[in-house]
Design a protein. Structure first.
Length: 295
């Protein structure tokens, strides 16, 4: 059995190479836009969502080469979402992954265009290089990722997040907001390999619940790190949510209960793996990582 840490390192190298392959060169016209796209997409980070793609594919005996377009596309979409989240009209953040946010390093208009172009590039990658892109399975993958981006996914969650500033939210409202804003793309990172493989309905259902649990646990732990994390380690400003008067799991549940809820969701996610085929060791490792990380 392969050590998860060894697999993860190899998969991270794969997605970095994939991003480098598809991103336009920084000297291609319009050069400033392309530099901004590369600045954000190649800024490092955990590459957590592509790791979920590869780890799920492993359980289904899918070769990494078949998964590369999905992994790269999802990471491009994630990069676009971070650029737009950081904008003055959104969260107005100055620091991301230990350096100035895109709109600070360039300018606001360039950052908006860089985000737009990264999202478009993601679907270009899928249309060009996803195996069987025109087949039923390939179209299901593209549809799943599109749904995760739109008003029923990240964009809708961000709209709810903006509307929640200064308001008291119930726990159910907060869960729904982050199920869309953070959880939708994480869930798609797990379900899309199942769709590509033509997995049965039961496998897809358990993968979906796994992704939902991991996505919510991820957000809860982000809220914990926003309060208790070290910005030198997390690479972004701490106490940012409190400064914006945004409701968080910590503000609603308290720190101890937030830790407990994140661990409970991890445990629920890992239980889902009992019903999935193949070697799920690395998926379990990633679920545990969500609630033990420092960034």
């Amino acid at each position: 059995m392969t050590d998860p840490a060894t697999e993860i390192s190899a998969w991270q190298r794969r997605v970095e190479a994939g991003l480098e392959k598809y991103l336009p060169g920084e000297h291609c016209v319009p050069a400033t836009l392309h530099r901004a796209m590369r600045y954000s997409a190649l800024a490092g980070g955990k590459r957590f969502r592509p790791l979920l793609v590869y780890a799920t594919g492993k359980t289904l005996d899918l070769e990494p080469e078949r998964l590369d377009p999905i992994a790269v596309a999802i990471e491009l979409i994630h990069a676009y979402s971070l650029i737009h989240d950081d904008l003055p009209a959104m969260d107005d953040d100055d620091l991301r992954r230990g350096r100035p946010t895109c709109h600070r390093a360039f300018d606001e208009a360039t950052a908006i265009l860089a985000g737009d172009a990264l999202q478009a590039l993601a679907f270009d990658v899928l249309a060009r290089d996803l195996p069987t892109a025109a087949s039923k399975n390939g179209l299901a993958v593209i549809h799943e990722i599109a749904q995760a981006c739109g008003s029923g996914g990240m964009a809708g969650g961000q709209a709810l997040d903006l509307g929640a500033v200064g308001r008291q939210l119930g726990e159910a409202e907060l869960r729904n907001m982050h199920r869309l804003k953070t959880g939708a793309l994480i869930r798609a990172s797990v379900t899309t390999p199942c769709l590509l493989a033509g997995a049965d309905a039961a496998t897809l259902r358990h993968a979906s619940v796994f992704g939902e649990c991991v996505g919510l646990a991820f957000q809860i732990y982000d809220d914990i790190l926003d309060v208790a994390g070290n910005s030198a380690v997390t690479g972004k400003s701490t106490q940012a949510d409190a400064a914006l008067d945004k409701p968080t799991f910590v503000s609603i549940l308290g720190m101890d209960e937030s830790h407990k809820e994140a661990r409970d969701l991890r445990d629920q996610a890992i239980r889902c793996l009992e019903h999935m085929p193949g070697d799920t060791t690395t998926l379990a490792w990633l679920a545990d990582y969500v609630v033990s990380r420092d960034r």
